[in-house]
Design a protein around this ligand. Structure first.
Ligand SMILES: Cc1cc2nc3c(=O)[nH]c(=O)nc-3n(C[C@H](O)[C@H](O)[C@H](O)COP(=O)(O)O)c2cc1C
Length: 202
């Protein structure tokens, strides 16, 4: 698929059919993620791939949907049907180690990052999974999690404390009976989003 078409088609998909994601497609999704750029080429992200129903059940048990909300609980129940989950994780320590290496020695002190690169890089990797899913004719959604999820998730899957899940990428085949994802037509105008030359510049 052409890149323009992938970009045009990319929408979060929250309703999935029963069809599994093939091993080949899963390999292609993770291969795409591994092409992500990373600050200092730290490659400080990891991916936990879950397809086994028992593993996915453990994942959903670790999630935190409190307090109950009918609309959100319905969405969560629908998203639970996703046959594959890719969890992007990141490690702050990996970046601190990388930026202490000799080729980064010119950097004056440890206060060097305007924003935490570990989240940026894991986000790039997640984005590539979302785009590759479109390319493969699959549907995917990135969903966030609450802080309470993090220790429960680590415990359930033996994840070291140094790694933080940035969210979940749910992947599957789009349910045929469901229309476009909600909200995606309400994009803000270009003039608000894009500034040319200076802030406020048209
Ligand atoms: C960091 C992040 C967290 C998100 N968390 C959720 C979430 O918890 N649940 C959900 O349904 N969608 C979530 N989304 C998806 C957004 O709602 C979605 O990208 C937005 O509504 C625009 O729609 P589109 O991606 O289909 O164009 C998240 C997206 C991002 C980037």
């Amino acid at each position: 698929m052409e890149l323009d078409e992938v970009l045009r088609r990319r929408r979060m998909v929250r309703h999935f059919s029963d069809e599994a994601v093939s091993a080949e497609d899963l390999d292609a999704l993770v291969a795409a993620a591994l092409r992500a750029p990373s600050a200092g080429f730290t490659q400080g992200f990891r991916l936990l791939v879950l397809t086994d129903p028992a593993d996915r059940e453990r994942l959903w048990e670790a999630t935190d949907w409190s307090p109950p909300d009918p609309q959100r609980d319905r969405m969560a129940a629908e998203m639970r049907a996703a046959p594959a989950v890719i969890v992007p994780l990141c490690s702050e320590a990996a970046y601190r180690e990388r930026y202490a290496e000799p080729d980064k020695a010119w950097i004056p002190d440890e206060d060097i990052w305007a924003v935490p690169y570990w989240y940026v890089d894991a986000g790039f990797a997640a984005m590539l999974v979302l785009l590759k899913a479109v390319d493969l004719g699959l549907g995917a959604v990135f969903i966030g999690q609450t802080p309470r999820f993090v220790p429960r998730f680590r415990e359930a899957f033996g994840v070291p404390d140094a790694f933080e899940p940035i969210g979940l990428v749910l992947v599957g085949h789009r349910h045929p009976d469901v229309g476009p994802a909600y909200r995606s037509e309400r994009r803000r105008p270009v003039e608000e989003m894009v500034h040319r030359g200076r802030w406020g510049g048209r």
